[in-house]
Design a protein around this ligand. Structure first.
Ligand SMILES: *Cc1c(COP(=O)(O)O)cnc(C)c1O
Length: 466
């Protein structure tokens, strides 16, 4: 057999050219939708794949098949990577699932801010330059009792900015029991070091006393700091120094007392039968000079780091050039302003603030929803040899808030009937690969779908294959 003969019979000669595929009505549509270059690249890719898979024994793919593959390829590339999911994990503020969902007023506000020019840093009263922090300054001071406030990208940035501004090349005294790591990426000692501050740990993991702080104060001390132990508790033989004692000690020595609250809520959650979480107002009243907290944890707003406290300290933070690097955008400010407005009518918060609606949902309500969805799930899993039941469970607030407190909830629980444990992972994947993925929680050899975060209006869309 000669070389030429073998080439002539090679099956890739039977694949159409890019131009032939491009000259179809379908491809014309794609050029409008996705652009010319993107369409050509997709066709080339599909042809290259087909060529690589050709075998002398099988016929090459049909013309129509190739077009179908190209359509799929283009759709996949154009689909958003940030996809909505159903959070049925039972963790309401799930950091990996985007934490707080926003109330409708905040969504409207950020859409408007995205669409129109806005007075972001423009003082409409005078026509002069404005300050973006001013947009939420009054609200924050009113809601926390603070003299002044400023906003940065997230609470990690807030802590970084305050350390870098007030404690550069100086010492910060923190209780050893409060050196937290949050989600692996935020570790208090690391942030301190990067901010240029020297950490001075005092006390023991379980017990810290006022005298421990007192003995550690030197000429190089910049501040006393308290960090909310968001994602764990130390129980048993413990002692921590109350904020008002630390504040008094700091004041005696002419030092600021700073508190990182982590999840800041602006209202007393006990009002709705939820566990107490310290508020910035309480912290300031106890004598803190500066308090930092997140915008997207219990506050229920967009990702942001909020700093409130003494006017003089806030002024220093705002003068640090890093503030410019850590500042928030207009979309964040628009959403934050709308969320803070809701706090002016706290009695309506459970209906108006998305996160609080979820946290205050009664167990009976969730239980009834489980009953409604049971047939849908049974239908969805027909033929899978699984047992589905409705069981009480505990939701978690999450995002480091209130680590040990649980909210009574109800779940659809799926167990393999028989001893095939591997079936659960397959099931978990099946749900994860739905058009709108359903994310549950694997525990006790079962997949738990806690319905606390499933809105009633979404009931018909969950477990849907289209
Ligand atoms: C969550 C948390 C942070 C980090 O806040 P982000 O808004 O995620 O940057 C810092 N400190 C504490 C105590 C926290 O709970």
């Amino acid at each position: 057999m000669t070389q030429t003969a073998s080439v002539a019979r090679a099956p890739w000669h039977q694949l159409p050219s890019v131009d032939r595929l491009l000259n179809t009505p379908m491809a014309s549509e794609w050029r409008v939708l996705y652009g010319h270059d993107e369409t050509v690249a997709a066709l080339r890719q599909i042809l290259a794949n087909a060529r690589a898979n050709l075998s002398p024994s099988a016929p090459p793919p049909e013309f129509e098949t190739l077009l179908g593959l190209a359509a799929q390829h283009l759709q996949t590339r154009a689909a958003p990577k940030l996809r909505p999911v159903f959070n049925l994990t039972g963790t309401v503020l799930h950091t990996n699932l985007g934490r707080a969902t926003l109330p409708e007023t905040a969504i409207q506000a950020l859409v408007t801010a995205a669409r129109e020019p806005s007075a972001l840093e423009y003082a409409l009263a005078t026509g002069g330059r404005g300050d973006r922090d001013e947009l939420v300054h009054e609200l924050l001071c009113e809601l926390t009792g603070a003299e002044a406030a400023t906003i940065v990208n997230n609470n990690a940035a807030a802590v970084f900015l305050l350390l870098n501004t007030l404690a550069l090349r100086k010492e910060v005294i923190v209780s050893r029991g409060e050196l937290v790591e949050i989600g692996g990426a935020f570790r208090v000692p690391d942030i301190m070091q990067r901010a240029g501050a020297k950490l001075v740990e005092v006390g023991c993991t379980n017990r810290t006393h006022t005298r421990d702080f007192e003995q550690a104060i030197t000429r190089r001390t910049a501040m006393l700091m308290k960090i909310h132990t968001s994602n764990y508790t130390i129980q048993g033989f413990t002692h921590t120094v109350a904020p008002n004692q630390l504040a008094a000690l700091a004041q005696t020595h002419g030092l600021p007392f700073v508190e990182d609250l982590g999840s800041g809520t602006l209202v007393n959650l006990e009002r709705w039968g939820l566990p107490h979480e310290p508020t910035p107002r309480e912290s300031l009243q106890a004598g803190a000079n500066l308090v930092s907290f997140s915008g997207d944890k219990l506050l229920g707003g967009p990702q942001a780091g909020i700093l409130v406290g003494d006017q003089a300290l806030i002024q220093k933070l705002k003068k640090n050039p890093l503030k410019r690097a850590l500042r928030v955008g207009k979309l964040t400010l628009a959403a934050l302003e709308a969320v803070l407005q809701l706090y002016r009518a706290p009695e309506h918060l459970p209906e108006r603030l998305a996160i609080l609606s979820l946290l205050t949902r009664p167990q009976a309500d969730i239980q009834a929803q489980c009953q409604r969805l049971l047939p849908l799930l049974q239908q969805f899993l027909l033929g899978h040899n699984l047992l589905i039941s409705i069981e009480p469970c505990w939701s978690q607030i999450g995002s480091g808030s209130l680590p040990i407190d649980r909210l009574p909830s109800a779940a659809l629980v799926i167990r393999p009937s028989g001893q095939r444990a591997g079936g659960l992972n397959k099931l978990e994947r099946l749900l994860r690969e739905l058009p709108r993925p359903v994310i549950g929680r694997l525990a006790d050899k079962a997949l738990w779908l806690d319905l606390r975060c499933l809105r009633v209006e979404d009931e018909t869309r969950v477990f849907s294959r289209i």
